[in-house]
Design a protein. Structure first.
Length: 762
């Protein structure tokens, strides 16, 4: 304190004749992140540059002083300082804060978004922070062509361009990876809701058949990458948020980075009672990521994540209950106090080696497990799953016919061992205490495995034209062992699908500075689940074939208005054959059948615009959406011809828009609007949901209170206008025992949240 008083006294009386130190930090006005290596000039003479955390110290002899701040990718800022203060916060506006410059990691050969002949959407940290951050799934819904049905925090279904829309309770027909480790199970089921937004730094979504890159992914691929602390130093932070329905979320993070490596560890706890009965939810997770340089040509990366979840299930409602008692739970689920719980883990190592400037390799190996227990009204499911796998990729740069080219090739193997036991649920005999485990009904052991061999070739035909060709060979096998002999039905058997060849061909042409046209043809497929391969008699249906599709697409990506406006538009058609239909034959049994063809035709668009309202206010606006024409092309089920009908469980149009306003005082406002059109409830198209609109708001304030501290307060409201809507539906729901079919999962009513985030830089 005495030292501080002395400095203030010295500056006050002798500042005009002695050198004074100006301290400050330079920040990105759009993201609020520090900018390293900013040049600071006085009278056009370089005086200093900012450190890795954006900070600087500059000696001047008198005030006022004119400073000039310049950095690659940012507009130069001239600023007159008339006095010194404890610390100056300087904000630079990006010259081109657009998606076009992001380098994709999802493709076999890394490329920036704009020159990639495919429809790939990016979700950044800033996009995730626009929401209440309770689930990463909510942010996916803002992507054109992606529709997420969120019945509860643990009940989500994702479809991309309508593929996977007819799934009952989970996401399939797509693949998902976290840091290169498959999140999808061996039979294609994908769960993303237990990945907390706090550990995600970027999401890349490849829309449309991507089997040429990843194997069985007819709808597309979702790749998640962790937050990476590349600024040298140590940081520790915590965030607490609270809200309606007893929401409480706590996150603690510590990270450390040196010139040779980086490390990050995050603990997260999320709890809520939900607005619906029997809807309590609690999730705990620990995530560790890191990387270390082992010399100039080697790098080792690591990922470890463990999750514990217990989430009660309110289930779906009939139309009458949805309209009149949306907060209620399905009667049987509430009586049984049904829930799902599991312990889950992901562990992976990745090693990158550079043989030469033209040849490199990255190899990853991983282990994952899931132990689950799920009491349902009709039975109790206990399951154990362990999987191991590896993926290797070589990258080669060379010239072919004197034309620059990149070649990527490699392979992936995956093996999963799965065991399940099903027990009677005697909840009706348990005096209102919920589920009670009874006798064993069945026991099965499954061995699921697949292998992919892939290659991609990028050829630069001219300065304006690039060609991309790729292929994937997939072999998938299921083996089922029936351990339950008392029912006298032996379901044991083995089935191997025929090898699937998935080619891909794309071309990108420059039609102006940072303006590209592209066209692509790609093949995709999805294999049936083990359950779908069983006949009603419990035998393996060897005639069942993978669902296949071909995507034809063309589009435009470009920058305008000095790179302040970024635009995309894509036109596509996907022809799906051997449509896999899950027919419900009992409350807990579905069988698969190949029943026809579907046409997925649509257009998607995206506009991002950044501008300044004044020297102190910056604005980001966005508008994206999709117009869909998804139909059954040839589809007959049990004598009913549904050809020409709309696909159920996917809206005919989606519009997302928003305005973000940021000030250099640390105050920001985020607004978003979402419109979803009506969608059929069943294949007959006899009933439809209503279209709906949602408006969400969030405000943040990041004052500079203490040195080395970053503080942020935030608050927001979701569903501002109290819209009643179906957040998810069960397509083709069937009523049992004379009850009305339960199609609907009601969306949350108006709800509030707020909290505080603290971060300390050591």
């Amino acid at each position: 304190m005495k030292k501080l008083i002395s400095i203030v006294f010295f500056f006050f009386f002798f500042g005009s004749i002695s050198a004074q130190n100006i301290r400050g930090k330079v920040m990105n006005s759009y993201t609020g992140q520090p900018i390293p290596e900013v040049s600071i000039l006085v009278a056009d003479s370089l005086k200093t540059t900012t450190a890795s955390d954006g900070s600087f110290t500059l000696a001047v002899h008198e005030f006022p002083v004119i400073l000039k701040f310049s950095a690659t990718g940012f507009e130069t800022l001239g600023l007159t300082l008339r006095e010194s203060q404890k610390e100056h916060l300087i904000y630079l506006f990006p010259e081109s804060e657009t998606l076009s410059e992001v380098v994709l990691r999802s493709t076999i050969i890394p490329r920036d978004v704009q020159s990639t002949p495919a429809s790939v959407s990016i979700i950044s940290v800033e996009d995730l922070e626009r929401t209440d951050e309770t689930s990463i799934v909510g942010a996916l819904n803002s992507v054109a062509g992606v529709y997420v049905q969120q019945g509860a925090l643990n009940t989500n279904k994702i479809n991309i361009r309508g593929v996977g829309a007819r799934a009952q309770y989970s996401s399939n027909r797509l693949k998902a990876y976290f840091m290169g480790i498959p999140l999808s199970s061996g039979e294609g089921e994908t769960t993303l809701d237990d990945i907390d937004p706090a550990v995600v730094g970027q999401v890349e979504i490849v829309k449309g058949p991507a089997s040429g890159i990843y194997g069985a992914g007819l709808g597309g691929v979702i790749n998640l990458y962790p937050v990476e602390n590349m600024a040298i130093g140590t940081k520790a932070g915590s965030e607490t948020s609270f809200g309606s329905f007893e929401l409480l979320r706590n996150t603690v993070n510590i990270s450390h980075a040196t010139q040779k490596g980086h490390f990050s560890g995050t603990y997260n706890n999320l709890r809520t009672d939900s607005f619906r009965d029997n809807g309590k939810y609690e999730r705990n997770s620990i995530t560790i990521t890191g990387g270390v340089s082992l010399g100039e040509t080697n790098e080792l990366s690591v990922l470890a994540q463990v999750t514990r979840l217990k989430a009660f299930i309110p289930s779906s409602l009939s139309k009458e209950d949805f309209e009149n008692q949306p907060s209620s739970a399905a009667f049987a689920w509430e009586a049984a106090q049904g829930y799902e719980s599991y312990d889950k883990g992901l562990f992976g190592l990745s090693y990158a080696h550079e043989f030469s400037k033209s040849l490199s390799n990255t190899t990853s190996a991983y282990l994952k497990f899931r132990n689950g227990y799920e009491p349902r009204p009709f039975n109790i499911l206990e399951e154990d799953r362990v999987a191991v796998g590896a993926r290797t990729k070589f990258s080669l740069k060379n010239d072919i016919f004197e034309l620059p080219s990149d070649i990527g090739f490699g392979g992936e193997v995956y093996n999963e061992w799965y065991e399940n036991s099903i027990f009677e649920n005697l909840y009706e005999e348990n005096s209102g205490q919920g589920s009670l485990e009874g006798d064993v009904l069945s026991q099965n052991k499954q061995d699921r495995s697949y292998m992919n061999v892939f290659a991609q070739w990028n050829l630069t035909l001219s300065q304006k034209t690039e060609l991309e060709a790729g292929l994937n060979l997939n072999s998938t096998r299921y083996e089922l062992e029936d351990l339950f002999e008392e029912d006298q039905i032996d379901q044991s058997g083995e089935y191997r699908f025929k090898t699937v060849f998935s080619p891909r061909l794309g071309i990108a042409c420059s039609v102006g500075q940072r303006k590209n046209l592209y066209a692509v043809i790609s093949h995709g497929f999805s294999t049936p689940t083990v359950a779908e391969t069983l006949t009603p008699e419990g035998l393996i249906n060897t005639r069942l074939r993978p669902e296949t599709g071909i995507n034809y697409e063309m589009g435009f990506k470009g920058n305008f208005m000095n790179n302040r406006l970024y635009a995309e538009v894509a036109f596509y058609t996907i022809q799906v054959n051997n449509l896999l239909v899950a027919e419900r034959v009992s409350e807990d049994q579905y069988i698969g059948r190949n029943l026809g063809k579907t046409d997925h035709n649509g257009v998607e668009f995206l506009l991002n615009h950044n501008f300044e309202l004044s020297s102190k206010l910056t604005v980001r606006t966005f508008l994206n959406g999709s117009l869909n024409h998804f139909r059954f092309d040839d589809f007959t089920d049990e004598g009913n011809d549904f050809s020409g009908n709309k696909l159920p469980a996917v809206p005919n149009k989606s519009i997302h828009a928003g305005v973000d306003i940021s000030s250099n005082s640390g105050i920001s406002l985020f607004t978003s609007f979402q419109h979803e059109g009506a969608m059929p409830l069943n294949d007959e198209n006899s009933s439809f949901t209503k279209s709906y609109e949602l408006v969400n708001l969030k405000a943040t304030y990041a004052p500079r209170l203490f040195a080395n501290w970053k503080t942020e307060f935030f608050a927001g409201v979701n569903n501002v206008f109290e819209e009643q809507y179906a957040a998810s539906i069960v397509p083709n729901a069937v009523g049992f025992g004379g009850a009305a079919p339960r199609y609907y999962y009601p969306g949350n009513p108006r709800n509030y949240f707020g909290g505080i985030s603290l971060e300390y830089l050591f």
